[in-house]
Design a protein around this ligand. Sequence first.
Ligand code: NAD
Length: 430
Amino acid sequence: MIGTGYVGLVSGACFSDFGHDVICVDKDAEKIAALERGVMPIYEPGLDRLVASNVRGGRLSFTTDTATAVAGADAVFIAVGTPSRRGDGHADLSYVFAAAEEIAASLTGSTVVVTKSTVPVGTGDEVERIIRETSPDAEAWVVSNPEFLREGAAIEDFKRPDRIVIGADDERGRAIMREVYRPLYLNKAPLLFTSRRSAELIKYAANAFLATKITFINEMADLCEKVGGDVQDVAQGIGLDNRIGGKFLHAGPGYGGSCFPKDTLALLKTAEDYESPLRIVEAVASVNDQRKRAMGRRVIQALGGDARGKTVALLGLTFKPNTDDMRDAPSIAIVQALEDAGAVVRAFDPEGVEQAKPLMKSVTFCATPYDAANGADAAVLVTEWDVLRALDLRRLAAKMAQPILVDLRNVYSPQDAAAAGFQYSGIGRA
Ligand code: NAD
């Protein structure tokens, strides 16, 4: 497993749990050293136990040395990052191509090289070219196997996926992948074989579709506020229709995270390159981008239109609960909008503080939500962590200079918040 981040570490740990022998490789020596001490470099529920038991069982190990990991492997997965390229939003494939070169130089025997990273359509062709050029005699087949796990529920998602997509243009590649995933196949996870290009596109199409669903309900929420509707009723009313489905219909501050923002942008770049516009996705990306900062303005409005010198408490910072991942979290744009308007920001998050610190340097981080609210003029619920779902609202209000609660996840009922003395506003509820 080349790349031991959210995807590589979870995939490696799960494959080893199925009985495969797995070596996880990372360039980041600190990450590997921590893993060797049993310290997880990321927060993901259940991961520490899964890693520890497979390390004990002798099936899972860690190294910084690609060559030893690749030599003798039946399958090598590329699970390195594919962030947005600075300046233009294309997927930055430099890590994937560098990994491909290193793998190619270390191949022995017959190996399937699997791209698990999210990569634009056609990347498999380039990986194949790099391997053929670097190592013309190697017997290698390049396969696409996009990953659909969600941070926060990654192990369960990996072990019980809705589907496994394998894009392979060669029967030998398909055969090895069938063996690799056989334990899951026995769990009745559907194995979908496609061409390599289709598999690459499936990942982006899935993320763009989910981003569209979120953005759709967010705009409906705005309309609800104007016309006097309740977006939660509307979401339920449409979601009970099986053709629509109830998931991803929770109105909120806009999608963030390490995948949707960068993947929608990268898909748009592919569409541009092939002169095949994706206007719906264009609208989704732009609406969502504006929405995150608009959430900051919503808080300023709740403060009476002027935030200068006011203190705001943010409750939850990560882009969703049960992860420490801060990449493209809506909280970043909200903090910026508030600070631009002259507010002072205090914040609480159960797991995200270490990753948040470099992204929001002027914020004061607090150990509890009540500490964050201490002396604040407004509290903003940004991420619906379990520990933030049952706050003692009276205690929270009593801590604050002004009892204003902006609930960007509709966790609290407007009646309960009002009963606790709050001036309350949610999302999409008139
Ligand atoms: P990450 O940044 O957490 O991890 C990537 C790791 O790869 C880093 O630890 C980095 O040091 C390492 N690395 C980079 N180049 C390397 C090399 N040449 N050799 C060895 N290690 C190297 O990234 P992530 O969140 O795990 O995402 C990985 C890929 O999976 C991305 O393409 C992402 O879009 C995709 N993906 C992510 C998720 C998610 O929820 N995070 C879900 C599905 C797909």
